[in-house]
Design a protein around this ligand. Structure first.
Ligand SMILES: NC(=O)c1ccc[n+]([C@@H]2O[C@H](COP(=O)([O-])OP(=O)(O)OC[C@H]3O[C@@H](n4cnc5c(N)ncnc54)[C@H](O)[C@@H]3O)[C@@H](O)[C@H]2O)c1
Length: 360
């Protein structure tokens, strides 16, 4: 079993920022990438946190990820914007896309933003939280261009990505209601975390290269490759399909098929269609009270096991409280891979040693 480190969030943020500055990112880009990745770990989604850095560094070295890019407006139809992300950091492209969409929704009551050809946009909840912080409801359909990992319902090999769906509803005086998940039973990143920790995954999530059920996360990381399964049988598969079409086709981007298959698993490119709505534009003065009445009602259900009933988004909030207090847990394999990526970025040995000394 791999040993675990606990790293204070502010320290990890500085380290990640320094890595990308050494790699050649502008100060703003390094800051946005560090903020996003550390926030994903704080939210409990280690699959989309700082553990992505080695993959991003490989993508940069292989010429896929382009530093210091900004999305270009390809079409401005008023309430609908189409943006080309120019293969730049998703942490910059999605941030700027949400800012543009929020400005439009503030003027018009609703806006849709198609963002395509963006390098990995990470944890989608982060972009929904940006919309909710400005007071808006949002819906996000995302595909992963040309990097199939998930088998269709009744299929036996990988045909599409882990295509996340996300939606957020801001609440008065408390954290927003947040739905944010991959349409595969587990995200690809969770198989990486399990693999790094030398753990099996629960049954029902993976099949091997012959289509047989397995709990071995290595089938997603070394040939011959297996596949993830969609969540919820035909329902998850159907939602994944809509994410592929809305995310990949409607946004002006590409879907996954034989012409778009990538040659490297580090070349993770997302397309996302986002709909941002001003809740004040509805004639619904009791909206907040109605929402709270429902959430209270649901929580009054007698508990069936040891775990309390939560509403979507609460899981992330509990993790934030615990991880701000106790530090961010990181297994040793992931930590060593991130340190190797820091050297790859050009961080001097002495600077790396100073960061390492603070995390033992
Ligand atoms: N960029 C990409 O290409 C990509 C692809 C796939 C996934 N992702 C991201 O990966 C992350 C992890 O996805 P995942 O599928 O592993 O998520 P997950 O299975 O951990 O589900 C998370 C969702 O379930 C809710 N939740 C958790 N426990 C709950 C409970 N007891 N009661 C009610 N709701 C509960 C959470 O609040 C959240 O909305 C997400 O942030 C997603 O956006 C990104």
């Amino acid at each position: 079993m791999s040993t675990q480190h606990r790293i204070p969030p502010s320290h990890l943020h500085q380290f990640v920022q320094a890595i990308w500055l050494h790699a050649g990112s502008s100060a703003q880009e390094a800051q946005l990438v560090a903020e996003h990745l550390v926030a994903a770990n704080l939210a409990g989604h280690d699959s989309h946190g700082v553990g992505m850095i080695p993959s991003y560094m490989n993508s940069l070295a292989q010429g896929f990820l382009q530093l210091n890019q900004h999305p270009t407006v390809e079409k401005d139809a008023g309430a609908v914007l189409t943006l080309h992300a120019n293969n730049g950091f998703g942490q910059v492209a999605a941030y700027e896309a949400m800012q543009l969409g929020i400005e439009r929704a503030a003027k018009l009551g609703i806006a849709a933003v198609g963002l395509h050809h963006s390098h990995h946009i990470g944890r989608i909840g982060h972009w929904a939280e940006q919309c909710a912080a400005a007071g808006f409801v949002s819906f996000h359909f995302v595909n992963v261009m040309g990097d199939p990992m998930v088998a269709p319902y009744n299929g036996s090999d990988r045909r599409f990505g882990t295509n996340p769906f996300c939606a957020i509803f801001p609440r008065r005086n408390t954290k927003p209601l947040l739905l944010d998940f991959a349409t595969s039973g587990i995200s690809f990143g969770k198989t990486r975390v399990a693999w790094n920790k030398e753990q099996q995954v629960a049954p029902g999530y993976l099949i091997d290269h012959q289509g047989k059920p397995t709990t071995e996360p290595g089938v997603m990381h070394q040939a011959p490759y297996g596949s993830l399964m969609p969540f919820g049988l035909h329902k998850g598969y159907a939602l994944a399909t809509m994410c592929e079409i809305f995310g990949g086709a409607l946004s002006g981007g590409r879907t996954t098929h034989d012409e778009t298959l990538v040659t490297s698993h580090d070349a993770i490119f997302n397309c996302m269609t986002t709909i941002i709505v001003d809740p004040e534009a509805f004639d619904a003065p009791a909206m907040q009270e109605e929402a709270e009445s429902f959430l209270d009602w649901v929580k009054q259900s007698p508990q069936s096991g040891n775990e309390a009933i939560q509403v979507p988004g609460e899981w992330e909030e509990h993790n934030r409280v615990a991880r701000y207090r106790d530090g961010i847990p990181l297994d040793n394999n992931s930590w060593q891979q991130i340190c190797a990526a820091a050297l790859q970025a050009g961080m001097p040995q002495e600077e790396l040693a100073a960061f390492r000394a603070l995390t033992q």
